[in-house]
Design a protein around this ligand. Sequence first.
Ligand code: NAP
Length: 246
Amino acid sequence: MSWVLIAGASSGIGRAVAGQWAAAGNNILLAGRDLDDLGRTAADLSLRYGIRAEALPLDVLDFSRHAAFFSEALAKAEGRIDGVVIAHGLLPDQAEAQTNLDVLRSTIDTNYTSAASLLNLIAGDFEKRRSGFICVVTSVAGDRGRQSNYVYASTKAGLTAYLQGLRQRVAKANVSVTNVKPGFVDTAMIWGKPGVFWVAPPERIARDTYRAVRRGRGEIYTPWFWRWVMLLVRSIPDVVYRRMKF
Ligand SMILES: NC(=O)c1ccc[n+]([C@@H]2O[C@H](COP(=O)([O-])OP(=O)(O)OC[C@H]3O[C@@H](n4cnc5c(N)ncnc54)[C@H](OP(=O)(O)O)[C@@H]3O)[C@@H](O)[C@H]2O)c1
């Protein structure tokens, strides 16, 4: 049976994604900081779907442990991980992120640098083996910066460019790279935030993610209509956009 590694598996989206792959009969490695939460999810998935699920400690900001973390993950999976979904992330308060260097740095490090560092290791392994899938949850926010969240948005835009290059690099080795761009999703990340609409359940994102990976898609918007919403947002001329309030 295949092993799939989920980084940020305690997230609303990560947990739903883990359930989706477990339901399809894959073994799951759940990585994150909250081992109690991950242990409960692992027990639930094993019982429900008759698969193996294991919790693994991962603080993505502990860069010096990334290599050891990936070795541990490989050991748990008997030497072969078949796919990875990166689903951790941080949405900071924009006002703090534009005034406080620590908040700025932790946002960039959590959303961009840690994902790139983990993917450097994972992509190298998959490339050598000439198989595997890589899937990363970014956001529609990365399509165009807005005054209300441009620090967060810029980390997702940076990661999108990283994934475009990585996709080209590893395509030759039969490794796929899928960028999942959700709109608003009903998780702890946006609870109580003003200005959210068309909020989708995490299970919907997980279903679309699974289907996109299975079909080898490079990039998806989920739910699908965000592709057209963002096309419209990107096409607003800058002279108009800079006067808009959202
Ligand atoms: N919710 C939305 O509307 C939305 C929209 C578009 C994209 N996204 C993206 O979807 C992804 C999942 O977010 P979510 O909505 O499911 O939010 P969430 O429930 O708030 O999850 C955030 C996750 O990131 C993890 N995390 C943060 N810092 C970490 C660190 N230093 N080390 C390890 N894990 C860390 C958290 O772990 P702990 O449990 O340990 O805190 C948690 O599992 C994120 O990349 C987010 O940007 C979300």
